[in-house]
Design a protein around this ligand. Structure first.
Ligand SMILES: NS(=O)(=O)c1c(F)c(F)c(S(=O)(=O)CCO)c(N[C@H]2CCc3ccccc32)c1F
Ligand SMILES: [Zn+2]
Length: 263
């Protein structure tokens, strides 16, 4: 595909040129503000299966030039009635040390320091994520907002390896761990809407679930995320730091956002 970036000559304003969906409808991310939220009592707690991955298993942690991504194992699944979705990968979005606000979704216009996305595809209906990405109902992404607070040992499973994947296309293997430890406690409180991938090709094929409650990582952990990685490869004569890898807020159009909680 065509090269794209979060700034410069291939920044997000140019995405629709090479990726038609990016200029289309049902785009993500959104701001979750009062007058577009609607309580939905039918929204059930998110069920995780196989998230407690044995240390004997391994995940691949990669720098793909856009984010740090962790390739997950297909025994990890979620249920969002009536379908089961198989996990594919997780990745993060963050800001810059001088402006440490890089979440994609916002609440009442507030951007959080960072955000985790766990990408799944509907494995009841599609054989693999590539086919699922082409389908309007193919993907389910779980969003976890990150706030600064106490040190979070679970995130060290990922953040302690950033120095080994500083450059694009570098990757390493890490032992399996309980990925549910990255999640907030309340899997029953979340925002829900129909949207898209927030990177090219921006397919409008994502059922978004963004948990209401953020998780905490320390100032130092966030600083490591903001200052370690490069978008460019090891040999590049013009290294570009990987910062502010979040898309601007998109128009709601006629969409409402459902919430699973009352107050
Ligand atoms: N914010 S987001 O959840 O929309 C989202 C990303 F922000 C993002 F960076 C990636 S990526 O694969 O790391 C790089 C560009 O695709 C994906 N990758 C997904 C898209 C399709 C696909 C296929 C196989 C594995 C991962 C992905 C993504 F779904
Ligand atoms: Zn993402």
């Amino acid at each position: 595909g065509y090269s794209w970036a979060y700034s410069g000559a291939h920044g997000e304003k140019t995405w629709p040129t090479n990726y038609g969906f990016c200029g289309g409808v049902y785009q993500s991310p959104l701001d979750f503000h009062e007058n577009i939220l609607q309580y939905d009592s039918s929204l059930r707690p998110i069920k995780l299966f196989g998230y407690d991955v044995a240390t004997a298993e391994s995940f691949t942690v990669s720098n793909n030039g856009h984010s740090v991504s962790v390739t997950l194992v297909p025994t990890m699944k979620i249920e969002i009635e009536p379908f089961h979705y198989t996990a594919s990968q997780l990745h993060l979005h963050w800001g810059h040390k001088n402006n440490p606000k890089g979440s994609e979704h916002c609440i009442e216009g507030r951007r959080f320091p960072a955000e985790v996305h766990v990408v799944h595809y509907n494995s009841d209906k599609y054989t693999d994520i590539t086919k699922a990405t082409e389908a309007a109902d193919g993907l389910a992404v779980l969003g976890i907002l990150i706030e600064v607070g106490s040190f979070n040992p679970s995130f060290e499973n990922i953040l302690s390896h950033l120095n080994s994947i500083k450059y694009k296309d570098q990757s390493i293997q890490i032992a399996g761990f309980n990925v549910q430890e990255l999640f907030p406690k309340r899997l029953d409180e979340y925002f829900r809407y129909e949207g898209s991938l927030t990177t090219p090709p921006c397919n409008p094929s994502v059922l978004w679930t963004v948990f209401r409650n953020p998780v905490l990582i320390s100032e130092a952990q966030l600083f490591a995320l903001e200052t370690t990685l490069y978008c460019t490869d090891r040999n590049s004569s013009e290294p570009i730091q990987m910062t502010n890898n979040y898309r601007q807020l998109q128009a709601h159009g006629d969409r409402l956002v459902s919430v699973s909680f009352r107050e």
